[in-house]
Ligand binder design. Structure first.
Ligand code: FAD
Ligand code: UDP
Length: 382
């Protein structure tokens, strides 16, 4: 019976859970949150592997980092963080380099010592092939940032495997997520706040949703119950926006990942949490070894869990993970955005609902903003 709730939220990921928590706690509203999966947490969900006890992020490695103190302080209500700092290595032609590209990567790749200024000058000379053209796609942007030799070694093959789209058709924004550093700092992220939740990701959601005004209903697909929800009920929808409108403006393109999990009878498989595979000949993009995310925990010393990631286009029945966001996709999304604006009692949010690459901290920040500017005024009227 939906009529007893002030707010119905579709999707128990970070966007939906933040709205639920805020509405219940700060406004005292009754909230129903549903998810078609059998667990809370959305793509940030994690669970302890049965055989080893090692925490595994079911939908791919989730590293928490943010420049946003507001989000960091908000999460402090639900978890503490470890001092984990993410570092990534890249395997290329049987050598191992550090990622993102930094002075160490550059010295190793070109086989000599460079000062920061020498390395800058080298890359600038290699970027001259663009002839000063403003880069407007991933390939041009990458060449402007690192030059062609480093692009060919570390970006071209990996990006081809990950996106299966010509890098000249991909937005430049994808590559600007990766810093290029002319020093030996090899941390993956540059944000002020970073760490992993001390008791795992799922415990955050347990805490966020543990409130007498919040009811959680799992294994429920919105489209199966939609007709039973009163038309004037306020709904927050964090599922795929094209599915909501029955694909009437066309399909938005997504990339999905197949995760191949294996328990191996060794204490340490690769010596680090994430090894990227830059070469196109290796079919997977990267291997995760989950024990390394939590060096502070007691894990078995004769077993380890690894996951190989294979990337491909998402069909309608696959999990949509990364918006591909070509210029056609942008047009399609604009059409859905118009339709969404006309849907007065439904608020679209989150990664799937707004077709945007959102990190966890961005999904939380967006939810807090939507709650304050859009939801609070509406719920205060009722
Ligand atoms: P989601 O977590 O996707 O939640 C949406 C929920 O809606 C899902 O649980 C889904 O089942 C549910 N739903 C959809 N349709 C329906 C329906 N019809 N009925 C009922 N329920 C429905 N972020 C980082 O900050 N750091 C990282 O390292 C990082 N790594 C990532 C790696 C991968 C492989 C992926 C896919 C994402 C990664 N992210 C990372 C991003 C992070 O997962 C998102 O920021 C976060 O999940 C966004 O939360 P959300 O609530 O918008 O969406
Ligand atoms: N990338 C790459 N080689 C790497 C790591 C990243 O070419 O070793 C490119 C790739 O196109 C990727 C983008 O940089 O999609 C952003 O990297 P990030 O680690 O943010 O990837 P994500 O898994 O979030 O897509």
């Amino acid at each position: 019976d939906f009529s007893q709730f002030d707010l119905v939220i579709v999707g128990a990921g970070f966007f939906g859970a933040t709205i639920a928590e805020r509405a219940a706690k700060t406004l005292g509203k009754k909230v129903l949150i549903i998810d078609r999966r059998d667990h809370i947490g959305g793509n940030a969900y994690s669970e302890n592997d049965k055989e080893t006890g090692i925490e595994v992020h079911r939908y791919g490695a989730h590293l928490f980092h943010t420049p946003n103190k507001l989000v960091w302080d908000y999460l402090a209500n639900f978890t503490t963080f470890t001092s984990y700092q993410h570092r990534v290595f890249a395997s290329h032609r049987n050598s191992v380099y550090s990622m993102p590209i930094n002075l160490g990567t550059i010295c190793q790749f070109f086989g000599r010592q460079f000062t920061p200024d020498e390395a800058r000058a080298l890359v600038a000379s290699q970027a001259q092939e663009l002839g000063g053209k403003e880069p407007d796609n991933l390939e041009e942007k990458a060449i402007s940032l690192i030059g062609r030799p480093l692009y060919d070694a570390f970006i071209r093959g990996y990006t081809a495997k990950q996106w299966q789209t010509d890098p000249t058709a991909l937005p430049a924004s994808i590559i600007t997520r990766l810093p290029v550093r002319y020093n030996f700092n090899n941390r993956y992220f540059s944000d002020a706040y970073e760490g992993l939740p001390t008791d795992g990701y799922t415990a955050i959601f347990d805490k966020m949703l543990e409130h007498r005004n919040i009811e959680v209903s799992l294994g429920i697909d919105y489209f199966a119950v939609k007709n039973a929800i009163p038309a004037d009920k306020l709904v927050v929808f964090t599922g795929p926006i094209d599915r909501y409108f029955d694909y009437r403006a066309g399909e938005l393109n997504w990339r999905t990942i197949d995760f191949e999990k294996e328990v191996l009878p060794v204490g340490d498989f690769q010596g680090t949490a994430v090894m990227n595979y830059s070469d196109e000949a290796v079919p997977y993009t990267r291997i995760l070894e989950f024990r390394h995310f939590n060096p502070e925990r007691q894990y078995p010393d004769d077993k380890t869990v690894i996951v190989r990631e294979y990337s491909r286009f998402a069909g309608r029945d696959d999990e949509p993970y990364y918006p591909i966001d070509t210029s056609d996709d942008k047009k399609t999304y604009q059409a859905y955005k118009k339709l969404a604006e006309a849907e007065t009692n439904v608020i679209f949010g989150g990664r799937l609902g707004t077709y945007r690459y959102l990190d966890m901290h961005q999904a939380i920040a967006a939810a807090i903003k939507t709650f304050e500017t859009d939801i609070t005024p509406r719920l205060s009227q009722s």
